[in-house]
Ligand binder design. Sequence first.
Ligand SMILES: Nc1ncnc2c1ncn2[C@@H]1O[C@H](COP(=O)(O)OP(=O)(O)OP(=O)(O)O)[C@@H](O)[C@H]1O
Ligand SMILES: [Mg+2]
Length: 338
Amino acid sequence: MNSVKAVSMRPANCLLHRWKSEGPPVLQIPDSLGTDQAGRVNIAACSATIEKIMDPVVRIDSREIEKRLSSSLIYGNDLQLSRMHKLCELTASSASREMLAALDFLPTILLFGPPNTGKTTLAYRLLSKVKESNNNANLYYLNFSQVMSAEYGETSKNIAKAFDYLSQNTADDEFKILLIDEIDQFCMSRSRDNEHDASRRAMSALMLELDKIHPCSHPRLVVIAATNVQDKIDNAIVRRFCLKLKVNEKLQREDFEEYTSKLIGCVSSLACSVSLSVSQINSLYQAYIESNITIPDIKGIFRNVVLEDIHDWDMFFSRLDHGFRSGYSSIDNTLEAV
Ligand SMILES: Nc1ncnc2c1ncn2[C@@H]1O[C@H](COP(=O)(O)OP(=O)(O)OP(=O)(O)O)[C@@H](O)[C@H]1O
Ligand SMILES: [Mg+2]
């Protein structure tokens, strides 16, 4: 790793004052990115990376989104996706502005549900759906590492600057989705008394920013927050989100069949005559419903069975069934010592 002084032509505004008083920060740049073959520091590559790291709001690269979505279709959340999409369409259309204003229809969405149920993926999926009809759309995320600061008053200023940054650094006609993932990081209510001051101020600053959002003032911005501890989010924050959507924890039987069949298709080169009979699907589904297995845990069960290097389908299925019944969990899944 190289230690380099971060010198950018266009540093994020919110950090300018700190740079003036403390000098530029020193960042670790991976060798592969920071130097050319002769070992010289590649300033262009470094500064692009540094800018990205230091911006309060970061645009998610469309290749990253494609990569993530190509390997993970989202099942069982069609209703959630279509409501979110409808809200985006209404927000983007100037014809609906009067109706949106009259109904206090704000472009703010709160996604909640247990861990691993697809909230973040759903935000990515929404962008790709919006892009089907509007190519000039992008997904941004709030860069917590830049926004949160131990210095008095800085965090709330940074929250405000994040929203300013978004409006100043993007084209007016661009459709923007701002993802505030894991919003509980600074919007918990129960620990309010002893909560870190910075978090409390960040929460107030966020509320102020959300209050400024109006169909007429931010016509092309939709804010999506996601959390898996919705009960602990401060009510004042929750009520500022217009559309509150719970993601489905468990797949319906039909979606489950489609999901497992897709995974079976992926391993078809390993086990012969791969297809699930109705009773086999029923057996797996029952075990899935009765356990705390999440959707990605199903992939984990498949991974374990694949690692056993089984080529016989009956054996493959019986191991799969055992995996479902023994309540696989990605958290406590460990191979027993052999
Ligand atoms: N309904 C679903 N259909 C298909 N894949 C899913 C679904 N839900 C979750 N997954 C898969 O599970 C993994 C985790 O999803 P994701 O990160 O979106 O969950 P999350 O709800 O944001 O979790 P956390 O609360 O921990 O942030 C991803 O690989 C995703 O594709
Ligand atoms: Mg997530």
